[in-house]
Design a protein around this ligand. Structure first.
Ligand SMILES: *Cc1c(COP(=O)(O)O)cnc(C)c1O
Length: 379
């Protein structure tokens, strides 16, 4: 059996190596390393894939979130509602811009933001909601867009983990949209281990709004429409031509990659679904799941540290995403949301476990993982 990895970037690369290497060589030969044709081509192809009007490439997913917030003319102290159970970047950019992150609890089944808690958290100063489509599945965008409409809030989707996931509006049964194209803006990361991974840092912002798109393009380029004339305070956040060339090749395989992840997930479901001491990831009626992570929830009676050790001793890596919810992080503790205020996320952080999930898992590996998980449950 091949070694089991949490993410197998090498295996994925080996399958398309000639094509990727050629694309990289072309950029090197052209020496147009910044804003070259590869960047434009990738933005066009990604726009088609996402079915969105504008793709603004940028340096990484964190920048995408920061620039999206910068485009909204917010005042210091304005409130931005987001999930307490996410990667730190989502809240970090809010704090960095002197805005106030208002963290709310999540749904225990989907790990995504609890929309009732969102509604309760809306105040006079709320300006934005950032739903995070965690682990590969959409947040309840019908509810979120409804709350946003009612209170005139902007919506920035953190789509960093969920490229390609589809949201089925239950309000309008005709409508199917890729996540990241439903709110005012969507923010994407192409960090190497994400579902569409570059060979370094990379990101993008999506929008269907022409005016916002212009402004976003200026902000990522030092706030400038015309060289040496600066209309906004901006940043330098660019997608490298080499990264764009790699991503443009991999984009063609994205649906295949999603399929491979879903196939692995179905295998896990089938073999782990009957054990009451673990809960397999829930699926919602309104979203497909692209399985950035396959995250199980352990019963209180299971010692997660022991379980991880047992799996590790049997050649199986596992990870905890995330061990501490954001409201309990040292840097974000100041707004009085102490332990006990967001019980769902607090419990999840003690009980979730993500199993190996990537495009190169084979049945022998999946069989080994499942049998060792089951063996541990019987100990
Ligand atoms: C990865 C990730 C980010 C940040 O993306 P980078 O490209 O690493 O800056 C933001 N939010 C979520 C939910 C992520 O998973």
């Amino acid at each position: 059996m091949r070694d089991i990895k949490m993410v197998d970037l090498k295996g994925q690369y080996d399958k398309i190596k000639p094509e990727v290497d050629r694309a990289i060589d072309e950029v090197i030969a052209s020496t147009v390393f910044i804003n070259g044709p590869a960047v434009k081509n990738f933005a066009i192809n990604l726009g088609k894939y996402m079915d969105v009007k504008h793709v603004i490439p940028c340096g990484n997913g964190t920048d995408a979130l920061q620039v999206a917030l910068m485009s909204l003319d917010l005042e210091p102290g304005d409130e931005v509602i987001t999930s307490t159970f996410t990667f730190i970047a989502t809240a970090e950019v809010i704090a960095l811009l002197n805005l106030k992150p208002v963290l709310v609890d999540v749904d225990p089944d989907t790990f995504n933001i609890d929309t009732e808690k969102v509604e309760e958290a809306v105040s006079e100063r709320t300006k934005v909601i950032i739903p995070v489509h965690l682990f590969g599945q959409a947040s309840d965008m019908d509810r979120i867009m409804h709350i946003a409409d009612k209170h005139e809030l902007k919506v920035i989707e953190d789509t960093c983990q969920s490229i390609g996931a589809e949201f089925y509006s239950l309000r309008n049964t005709e409508e199917v949209n890729k996540v990241g194209t439903i709110g005012d803006m969507g923010c994407m990361s192409f960090f190497p281990s994400k579902n569409l991974g570059a060979f370094g840092d990379a990101g993008a912002i999506f929008t269907n709004d022409d005016k916002l798109a212009d402004k976003l393009r200026a902000i990522v380029n030092h706030g400038s429409f015309k060289k040496y004339y600066h209309d906004y305070v901006g940043v330098n956040s660019r997608l490298d031509s080499i990264q764009a060339a790699v991503l443009d090749v991999k984009l063609k395989y994205l649906d295949e990659y999603i399929n491979a992840r879903q196939t692995a997930a179905v295998y896990y479901d089938k073999h782990l679904g009957d054990y009451t001491k673990i809960k397999i990831p829930a699926r919602t009626a309104y979203s497909t799941h692209v399985f950035h992570q396959y995250t199980i929830t352990l019963d209180q009676s299971i010692d997660r540290v022991n379980m991880q050790k047992y799996l590790k001793d049997n050649g199986i890596p596992s990870m905890v995403y995330y061990p501490v919810p954001l409201h309990l992080q040292k840097a974000y503790r100041h707004d009085g949301k102490t332990k006990g205020t967001m019980p769902v996320a607090e419990n999840l952080s003690g009980q979730v476990l993500s199993l190996p999930m990537h495009t190169e898992l084979d049945e022998e590996q999946l069989h080994h993982i499942c049998s060792k998980v089951i063996e541990f449950l019987h100990k």
